[in-house]
Ligand binder design. Structure first.
Ligand code: NOJ
Length: 533
């Protein structure tokens, strides 16, 4: 079991990098690891503590790296293992932690394990994936559907059996109930930990354990949807295709591997676990013996108003156990960007929310510029989800476009045409311009990140929501034994006066035209303030 020290992954801020889109040094239009290394000084300047790099392992890129063909090698598109070692060393020199992306539920169909597994019914890896006979009428073994559309089963001519794939058919699901698979995959974590990697984000972590009998999922009669309408995916209740209770034992085994390295330096694991039920989500904290935390995605689906956001935070706070530590996320490579979801005028308000809640925030690259989503013309679309489930606007390309370093043709990302188009308002949304402008969103993020570091109440303190009479304003206290801060966030599109319980001084204001007069705080539209009392 890990000690409960107040370590980097609790007080720090994590910054997610989508490696295809961060920085291209070999001018092939696709980002690479040396590119990330070349931007570490920027990240240090910005003030984040850790980077999480989406998968950079060998892959045919059917799902842009979330389809791994060798868990222990770097894809040549991103560089070499030496490039990775250089990146890790350069990050550590700057006291930046490095978190990688572990994709345990499925490999690529090009992984040699799957090639062997599909070659016959009795080869040594025959049971490394989930194979089943057809029903007597030739149809798939059960009613499960793939997240990316269609049946979750694909017929294989050689084996005359179906294999399971919860995502693309090019992403066959590994069989985690096979001890050899488990041993090999846990050793993979050891391989990277031994290099000094500081942690893993675990992709669709709870998908690893399904109902052992692979029973049908119950039909979702009401078609209520959690995030956005995902078509056939929403036609079922996902009770048998993921999150079987055995997952907790598996996560305990994951944790033991992380803990093997804890005496060298604290390690971190966060599971990508989308669940509607907040209490069930809370069980993924285990007894301080499973993954360190499940990702908290609830804010991403909350309505953007003070009451809705507060209730999501309060519900989450209520289920995080005493030994656990919360976290928050407002953007990632699967969701529209902050500025697209809430409007560019809300970019700073969202930043203040994300970086002042209790728990570990994960930022998404480019959000520090207030960058909106980028429109992708039909002939430039890349994301298999968008292409394979047409008509529902599920494509994730708009939030995956190149990082905008300057206003040159390809945004300083590359000298070649990037794999996805560069965003439209390049003159406004680029690092060079915003660095030079004290009033920019980028400098606001930087100041906020510094304040979060400086103020123990922000990075370590308790959270207490305050009831205020003003409509659509969310106010909470962050406090330690010695310090108390008030955070006030105005979700309204007009100025609001808020009566605070005490007076104080403004530490940071997202907009210049907010002001504090005694106990009366005037917040500009979509503005937030941090007040020291
Ligand atoms: C979740 C990842 O975040 C997403 O990008 C990916 O497509 C699926 N898992 C499949 O690995």
């Amino acid at each position: 079991m890990t000690n409960n020290n107040f370590t980097w992954w609790k007080h720090g801020v994590i910054y997610q990098i989508y490696p295809r889109s961060y920085m291209d040094t070999n001018n092939d239009g696709i980002g690479d690891l040396p590119g990330i290394t070349s931007r570490l000084d920027y990240l240090k300047w910005l003030g984040v503590d850790a980077i999480w790099i989406s998968p950079c392992f060998k892959s045919p890129m059917d799902d842009f790296g979330y389809d791994v063909a060798d868990y222990r090698d770097i894809d040549p598109m991103f560089g070499t293992m030496d490039d990775f070692d250089d990146l890790l060393a350069a990050a550590h020199e700057r006291d930046l932690k490095v978190i990688l992306d572990f994709v345990p539920n499925h490999s690529s169909h090009e992984h040699p394990w799957f090639q062997e597994s599909r070659s016959s019914r009795d080869n040594p890896k025959a049971d490394w994936y989930t194979w089943r006979d057809a029903k007597p009428d030739g149809s798939p073994p059960n009613n499960w559907v793939a997240v990316f559309g269609g049946s979750a089963w694909e017929w294989d001519e050689t084996r005359q059996q179906y294999y399971l794939h919860m995502f693309l058919k090019e992403q066959p699901d590994l069989n985690w109930r096979n001890p050899e698979v488990k041993a090999e995959m846990l050793d993979t974590i050891r391989f990277w930990m031994a290099k000094g990697v500081d942690g893993f984000r675990v992709d669709v972590a709870h998908f690893c354990m399904k109902d052992p009998e692979l029973r049908d999922n119950p039909v979702n009669e009401n078609r209520e949807t959690f995030f956005k309408d995902k078509g056939a995916w929403d036609s079922l209740h996902h009770v048998n295709d993921s999150g079987h209770e055995d997952i907790h034992q598996l996560f305990r085994e994951f944790r033991q591997v992380f803990d093997e390295f804890e005496h060298i330096s604290p390690r971190y694991s966060i599971g990508e676990i989308h669940l509607e039920d907040t209490e069930e989500w809370g069980t993924y904290y285990g007894n301080d013996d499973e993954l360190h935390m499940p990702f908290n995605f609830k804010l991403l689906s909350a309505d953007w108003n003070a009451a809705a956001v507060r209730s999501v935070v309060d519900e989450m706070e209520a289920v995080v156990p005493a030994h656990g530590w919360p976290n928050a996320v407002l953007g990632n490579h699967d969701e529209p960007r902050i500025a697209a979801r809430y409007g560019v005028e809300n970019a700073r308000l969202a930043a203040m929310l994300l970086l002042t809640l209790r728990g570990t925030p994960t930022m998404y690259y480019g959000d520090e510029l207030g960058m909106p989503d980028t429109h992708i013309p039909a002939d430039k679309q890349q994301d298999p989800w968008g292409l394979r489930v047409p008509g529902l606007d599920l494509g994730r390309d708009p939030e995956r476009t190149p990082m905008q370093w300057d206003d040159s043709k390809y945004a300083g990302f590359s000298e070649a045409e990037p794999w996805l188009p560069v965003g439209a308002d390049l003159e406004t949304y680029n690092v060079l311009a915003q660095k030079a402008d004290d009033a920019s969103t980028l400098n606001f993020y930087r100041t906020l990140l510094q304040l979060r570091k400086d103020e123990a109440a922000l990075h370590a303190g308790d959270y207490t929501p305050l009831d205020v009479a003003t409509d659509n304003v969310y106010v909470y206290e962050r406090h330690t034994a010695n310090d108390k801060l008030i955070v006030a966030l105005n979700f309204a599109n007009e100025a609001r006066d808020v009566a605070l319980p005490v007076s104080g001084s403004v530490l940071l204001s997202s907009h210049p035209d907010s002001s504090l007069d005694g106990k009366t705080l005037r917040l500009a539209a979509n503005a937030g303030c941090i007040i020291k009392t």
